[in-house]
Design a protein around this ligand. Structure first.
Ligand SMILES: [Zn+2]
Length: 286
């Protein structure tokens, strides 16, 4: 928070702060090409599997490259914290920070879920968002953020001294351990910053602090993805429920979420190649 101003403003402050804005990454062209195809293909899909995520818990799900998957509110307004891994290599996982730098604070149709270095490829593309009508509200808030990391017991302990064991971080961790039979330390290194599905968030205008407000999601709302890699996903039904008041406790009303897997009528047909980065990995070491 930049609320203190201990340093003295220089005489040329205006000149130094008046520079033009430059968008750091231009992704528009890449986004448009695939989206047209996806919007057509999604009309031909049929349901093949469903996983119900209980409140304050997480479950794993598997999606093959070429399939679609949806995350849906099935009872009430509920936030979901999503992790994505390459099902064939857990070291490749969703990179929320770079995805944010590429697409902005909140994701919607056409945005791609990029993986970490040294892979840096699209793992999945968002193909439908029943909440895309929301846009950005008067507080600058929107849904499906890549700015809020995930609720976790460590930050809770730091700020309040309390212990709580059903934060999204812990839920994701338990689900991964159950699925892969790995130990706690390994799992803790694999769980990563999430896409906060349905969560309505932003940064305050004055102090730029992360805030949340009640999710606008209702029963039947869903976010749909097209998988470009074989995916092991984990979804946590956040203990914050719609995140209108609190998280990291048992206080909020909490509902289940549904993950459904959908297949194209022609069988699995991977529409796009999603190759790992072809950077030489020289890093100037040669
Ligand atoms: Zn959470």
């Amino acid at each position: 928070m930049k609320i203190n101003k201990f340093s003295k403003k220089p005489l040329d402050a205006l000149e130094r702060t008046n520079n033009n804005l430059v968008i750091s990454y231009h992704v528009e062209k890449q986004k448009d090409n695939n989206l047209k195809v996806l919007l057509e293909e999604r009309k031909k899909i049929y349901l093949i599997n469903e996983v119900i995520i209980p409140p304050r818990d997480a479950k794993c799900f598997k999606v093959k490259a070429g399939q679609f998957f949806r995350i849906e509110c099935i009872e009430g307004s509920q936030v979901g914290d999503l992790n994505l891994f390459n099902a064939d290599n857990l070291n490749e996982k969703f990179y929320s920070g770079k995805t944010r730098a590429l697409y902005g604070t909140h994701l919607s149709v056409g945005d791609r879920m990029y993986s970490n270095f040294p892979y840096l490829r699209s793992m999945a593309t968002i193909s439908w968002d029943s909440l895309d009508w929301y846009g950005y509200d008067n507080d600058g808030a929107s849904v499906h953020d890549v700015i809020g990391t995930r609720c976790d017991p460590y930050t809770l302990k730091l700020l309040s001294g309390d212990d709580y064991h059903y934060c999204c971080h812990s839920n994701l961790l338990r689900a991964l351990i159950r699925e892969k039979g790995i130990d706690l330390n390994k799992a803790e290194n694999l769980i990563h910053d999430v896409l906060n599905v349905f969560m309505c968030t932003g940064f305050t205008n004055d102090t730029k602090q992360y805030f949340m407000k009640a999710s606008p999601s209702r029963k039947g709302d869903y976010l749909e993805f097209y998988a470009e890699t074989n995916i092991l996903g984990i979804l946590s039904a956040c203990p914050g429920g719609d995140c209108s008041e609190s998280h990291s406790s048992d206080q909020a009303a909490c509902f289940p979420l549904k993950v459904s897997i959908w297949q194209n009528k022609n069988g699995i047909k991977n529409l796009f190649t999603s190759n790992i980065s072809n950077y030489s990995k020289s890093h100037g070491l040669d």
